[in-house]
Write a protein that binds this ligand. Structure first.
Ligand code: DAV
Length: 373
């Protein structure tokens, strides 16, 4: 299959094949959402975000957009086509017959919303009420890809009700304490119940025939089952990571870099019995280097482990946040060309370099990287 930048083709089967076309989010109008069950469970108890909501300060939006734009330039210089979403006015109430919320979230992290598997782009259910309508920011692009690529499949998972039945009220307190949280997450007692299928796209790692999905706050077992039924030609594998008191999104925890190599957050190790599948298929799981920072930037709900939220451009080239010296050094030693990308000012809007992007085209097809079942 040949690719040219002026002809849209949707195709991406994994996290590492040579990247040709990608979506990069925008910080415009990003909001701190008002309290709601699943979001409250994720914002760390000591976070400066607690008790705040509404539009983020304009100077932080500008600083984030500057870094997003320069990331786009870096990608374009490497011959990668980049498309951007259309922000909505996020500072307005939204509602369904079941709930209402005062603001939306933003459209900086397309990775959370869009799951590209082969020629399909699937809109995730999402699990926060403030993110229920976020797919609308990507619809102009998806419509265009659909019109331009006759093989593209545009799918949307069933929109969830997100009533209170979806959330465990045990998590409503902001004084649970880390110890109890660690016990709960180790026991897979997460904030979301199994009332209906829920998943965020960023809980899914694409590894050819295998989809590795984190069971946690944003993705429940029904969501993983829905993915397995929706992608019958794939093997869908649920994983979980004890050690994370706020488990959302797999991409600051378990990061495949190329066939056979994964870095794993050493504070959130994959449990022994789940490692075997990778090891017997000759995958190496190494501890990720420590983050360069002790605390996240202001008003950021993600952890310092965005250090390992890297974007792989091809099996030899990787973009890493420019201040993450230990992560850069580790990847350099593992044989990668490391491209430093200043991005810390964008973190608060939805994450790191992997979060802020969504695959459209990577070379290559669907391969089986786990032949030993
Ligand atoms: O470690 O806080 C952040 C992932 C954001 N998409 C973390 C996970």
């Amino acid at each position: 299959m040949s690719w040219s930048p002026d002809k849209t083709k949707v195709n991406s089967w994994n996290e590492w094949d040579p990247l040709k076309h990608i979506i990069v989010g925008r910080a415009d109008g990003g909001c701190i959402p008002p309290p709601e069950p699943a979001l409250d469970a994720k914002v760390p108890e000591e976070s400066d975000m607690r008790g705040m909501f509404g539009p983020r300060p304009q100077h932080t939006v500008d600083a984030a957009n500057e870094q997003l734009d320069s990331f786009v330039s870096i990608l374009k210089k490497r011959g990668i086509r980049v498309d951007r979403p259309d922000p909505l006015d996020f500072n307005q109430p939204t509602a369904t017959p079941d709930w209402q919320t005062e603001t939306m979230f933003g459209c900086m992290p397309p990775r959370d919303v869009l799951l590209t598997i082969g020629s399909e782009i699937l809109e995730a259910t999402m699990s926060y009420r403030c993110r229920w309508f976020e797919y609308l920011c990507y619809r102009p692009l998806l419509q265009r890809f659909y019109n331009e690529d006759p093989a593209m499949r545009h799918e949307a998972a069933p929109k969830p009700r997100l009533t209170d039945a979806d959330y465990r009220s045990d998590y409503l307190s902001d004084r649970i304490g880390v110890e109890k949280r660690l016990q709960w997450t180790a026991d897979k007692f997460f904030v979301t119940t199994d009332e209906e299928p829920l998943f965020d796209a960023a809980d899914v790692l694409r590894m050819g025939r295998d989809l590795v999905v984190q069971h946690g706050f944003t993705t429940n077992l029904k969501g993983i089952d829905w993915l397995a039924r929706h992608f019958p030609d794939h093997r869908v594998r649920a994983v979980n990571f004890p050690g994370d008191p706020y488990p959302i999104h797999i991409d600051a925890t378990f990061t495949p870099l190329r066939p056979g190599l994964i870095i794993n957050n050493p504070q959130r190790r994959l449990p022994e019995e789940q490692r075997d599948y990778f090891l017997r298929n000759d995958w190496e799981i190494v501890d990720a280097a420590p983050p360069a920072h002790q605390i996240p930037p202001p008003l950021c709900y993600s952890s310092v482990w965005l250090s390992m939220n890297v974007l792989v451009l091809d099996p030899k080239t990787v973009c890493v946040e420019a201040s993450e010296v230990y992560q850069m050094e580790q990847l350099d030693k593992l044989g990668f060309e490391v491209i430093p990308v200043p991005f810390r000012d964008a973190y608060a809007f939805g994450g790191g370099l992997h979060c802020a992007t969504g695959d459209v085209y990577r070379e290559g097809d669907c391969q089986d990287y786990f032949p030993k079942q």
